[in-house]
Design a binder for this molecule. Sequence first.
Ligand SMILES: Nc1ncnc2c1ncn2[C@@H]1O[C@H](COP(=O)(O)OP(=O)(O)OP(=O)(O)O)[C@@H](O)[C@H]1O
Length: 270
Amino acid sequence: MSTEEPAQQEHGEGTAAPDGDGSAGPSTGNDVILDAVEVIAGYVPEVNVLTGCSLELAQGELVGVIGPNGAGKSTLIKAMFGLVPVRGGTVRFRGTDITGAQTHTLVQQGIGYVPQRDNVFPALTVEENLRMGTFLKPREFERRFAWVTELFSRLAERRKQRAGSLSGGERQMLAMGRTLMAEPEVLFLDEPSAGLSPANQDQVFEQVQRINDTGVSIVMVEQNARRCLQICDRGYVLDQGRNAYSGTGHHLLHDPKVIEYYLGTLATVD
Ligand SMILES: Nc1ncnc2c1ncn2[C@@H]1O[C@H](COP(=O)(O)OP(=O)(O)OP(=O)(O)O)[C@@H](O)[C@H]1O
């Protein structure tokens, strides 16, 4: 999927297009599958990490969330997935309010989440890890195993191997595969390339694209902002717990203010 709207500045100074014309929303009309509106959330009482964050995900879209360290990127997906208390705003899935819903309910409804750390059970085999992904519907294991291993053939080759003995890239593949076993319509990925070698990072971004190509709608938080925007339909830049810019991956990559403040001037565009 690709769109051609300008980058949109949400707050503060900048040269990008002004907020309010809706042009940075999903290009696909009314088929928003998930949205967060003005979410306020935090871990400790009276300390809000998110002070009003919004995001829309259309059916089949790949949306990236980038921004500086501590901006609240991971907190945003944790808040949408019921892992951080939401103190204000709304999260909706297919138009139904899911604000504050418990994670197991969200999994049953079709939302999956791959955490950044500790996302596999190292003492269990690859197959046992994948079985954990179908714990709600164990009879679905064979069908989903066939689907996931068609996507990631390495997991079939390593089926009997302990997850703890896998390489970093293979572990990330297993973590995504385990979540995909539950057949989510929407997938939240928290920094899937973190801690991987450049070659393995490339592989992970290719895998994310392949998952998206199967029709799974994805919100991906990433530190590797440039690489993330290269593959995303649209992106959101968060800063200090709120939206700073949003737009298509292409326009964010080429917006002078986004480059200056968030992408760095040393790396080349595209
Ligand atoms: N479990 C927690 N308890 C308390 N504060 C937390 C917790 N997790 C994160 N924070 C704080 O929330 C803020 C936002 O963190 P978050 O992890 O969402 O940022 P981020 O944009 O994903 O940054 P990074 O790219 O560095 O992971 C930070 O100030 C962080 O210290």
